[in-house]
Design a binder for this molecule. Structure first.
Ligand code: ADP
Ligand code: MP5
Length: 272
């Protein structure tokens, strides 16, 4: 995954919420960006008071400062790839879409975060419509888990066939590719990539681990880094699936609830 395409100076961006306990959200994104040898930047959309046991409060950031953060980044350090994670309100979603539309946006990964592993709603009910109408059509790739794919498409997902049906419906909303993550189904952890003539499965053994806080954030951030390094969509998803599998395998107990996955910062001579 780290080879002559790696360039530690490649700028990447996350637009997401802060997780005070460091396992998910902006913190997971920046850790992944660093571990996968890119220069991470952030636009914070909300502050959550969160730990491994749950989310206890959420305060949304004003849409004016969200707009300003995006503008000053794009007018100075143009990201090679970016992701959008937790965005809880319809107004903030619209603001982000309007602001991004002023710039050339490449490699936009959208992780349509809805509910935390601990069961807290991170997307207001009335925000779903704007997510579908304004943000999803701008994406290069969206990465819903099965519950998010169900919520957006109305298709009940129990198996791979259902995942395929949902992926087709999600593509009709406008993103170039869809990765439906099968982490919440029974059996092996199988993710389905679909779009632009591609239909491919990315599989790993299901790991018996309780500490999966931040898996979705980490996977979508890894995809951002691989796109920024110049990999095509299949390589980017494949490399990222390997990274998240290793990160879950090495996840660890910290705190009293659902602990985080492990990020890898080993020195590697492959980059420049
Ligand atoms: N127990 C597990 N063992 C192996 N891989 C897993 C496990 N749980 C999730 N994954 C993988 O982690 C990634 C994130 O998936 P998922 O947990 O479904 O997303 P989210 O965090 O958005 O709910 C996917 O690649 C999924 O297949
Ligand atoms: C700020 C923020 N963003 C995203 C998640 C989802 O992560 P998970 O599903 O692992 O709880 C989270 N818990 N907090």
């Amino acid at each position: 995954m780290i080879n002559n395409k790696t360039n530690y100076r490649v700028p990447v961006l996350t637009i997401a919420g802060s997780d005070s306990s460091g396992g998910a959200g902006i913190q997971a994104d920046l850790k992944t960006f660093s571990a996968l040898k890119t220069f991470g930047m952030s636009v914070i959309t909300a502050i959550t008071a969160q730990n491994t046991r749950g989310v206890f409060a959420v305060e949304e950031i004003s849409k004016e400062i969200i707009k300003k953060q995006i503008e000053v980044i794009f007018e100075d350090i143009h990201p090679k790839a970016l992701k959008i994670g937790m965005v809880s309100s319809p107004d903030i979603i619209k603001q982000i879409a309007d602001t991004l539309s002023k710039y050339e946006v490449n490699n936009l990964v959208i992780d349509p975060v809805m509910i935390s592993k601990s069961g807290y709603s991170l997307l207001r009910t009335e925000a779903k419509e704007n997510l579908i109408k304004y943000l999803i059509p701008m994406a290069y790739i969206i990465t819903p888990n099965t519950m998010e794919a169900e919520e957006i498409t109305g298709i009940h997902i129990e198996n791979l066939e259902d995942m395929k049906e949902a992926a087709k419906k999600l593509l009709e909303l406008g993103p170039k590719y869809v990765l439906v993550k099968g982490g919440h189904l029974d059996g092996d952890a199988v993710d389905l990539l679909m779009g632009d003539g591609v239909c491919e499965l990315f599989e790993s053994k299901r790991l018996d681990r309780k500490n999966t806080h931040g898996t979705g954030c980490t996977l979508s951030s890894a995809i951002v880094t691989q796109l920024a390094h110049g990999y095509d969509v299949k390589e980017a998803v494949g490399n990222s699936k390997n990274y998240i599998t290793k990160a879950i395998e090495n996840s660890f107990d910290i705190g009293h609830g659902i602990g985080p996955v492990h990020h890898f910062y080993e020195f590697d001579k492959g980059g420049n």
